[in-house]
Design a protein. Structure first.
Length: 132
């Protein structure tokens, strides 16, 4: 689902993710719902702050795979020139003013990756999988 590359878009992505997980049987107060929602917020905020191209949205895709027992979060932006470093998931230096979002995602997710968009558009996709 596309969202505007604004703080409002991030807020709406968070609300959608939490509601979808509740619909899938993982209540709002559950650990899984809280964890996935936090990951969505961090990845969406990164898309708005670092992947924003004026007039273009960021995308959110949530998948629940009950057989494989994981939830997958993908956030796609349209900026191809600002790809996180090869180790974006490591914590920053203690006195750094930013850079903790992807480290937080890494700590909460079971698996993380950065990849080119698969739909042929410009930009990148950040993926996090959370085991159930």
């Amino acid at each position: 689902m596309p969202f505007t590359s604004t703080p409002r878009g991030t807020r709406l992505a968070r609300r959608l993710a939490s509601h979808r997980l509740d619909t899938w049987g993982h209540p709002y107060e559950s650990d899984l719902n809280t964890t996935v929602t936090l990951i969505v917020v961090e990845l969406a905020a990164n898309a708005v702050a670092h992947g924003r191209v004026p007039g273009r949205d960021f995308g959110l895709c949530l998948r629940l795979d009950p057989a494989a027992r994981f939830v997958q979060v993908e956030v796609t932006d349209t900026r191809y020139d600002r790809v996180p470093s090869e180790s974006p998931w490591l914590p920053p230096e203690p006195d750094a003013e930013s850079g903790r979002g992807l480290a937080l995602v890494s700590a909460l997710a079971s698996r993380c990756a950065v990849m080119p968009r698969t739909d042929g558009g410009p930009g990148k996709t950040l993926r996090a999988e959370i085991d159930i």
